[in-house]
Design a protein around this ligand. Sequence first.
Ligand code: ZN
Length: 181
Amino acid sequence: MKVLPRTEFGNPILRAKAKKVPLKFLKTKKFQELKKQMIYTMRRAHGVGLAASQINSSLAIAVMEMRRTPTRPDIEPKGPIIIINPRIVKYSSKKVSGWEGCLSFRGVRGLVPRFESVTVEYYNEDGKKVVEKATGFWARVFQHEIDHLNGTVYIDHVDDTKTIITLGEFKKRILSKKKKK
Ligand code: ZN
């Protein structure tokens, strides 16, 4: 299995709106291959999500998975799932701030306010429509990945640009404090 090369901040594809996927594409070998490679690439990069634009594809597809990683040691495992043509249909009234990174911005973290819960509609790999209510960190991942498919990246949502820090500083200042709790 090969790790797909990732697009990085500055590449116009990360600012483009993804194209709706025709459901018949889900029956192809090409889709099965793409799914496997996206999940593999996400895992190898210790990511919790990866949108197709991040591997230079303009399809409205993303993969998501919560696994314990060096910078997210206390995560509740979930997934992997693949979401096709997703959209958010309902938002909570409350927003919460949380740390985010992105596989297209290597070595950077920022504090991002997100809706605490969202209801998402998407097609799964079998072409079935799924309506899922997500809360907490899983809701954050949905918002981050669906943003990607609309050409938005997480730093667009950072309220205070002074919270944008390197991964090294994040580990020193934020993660070490979390571990002591
Ligand atoms: Zn991202």
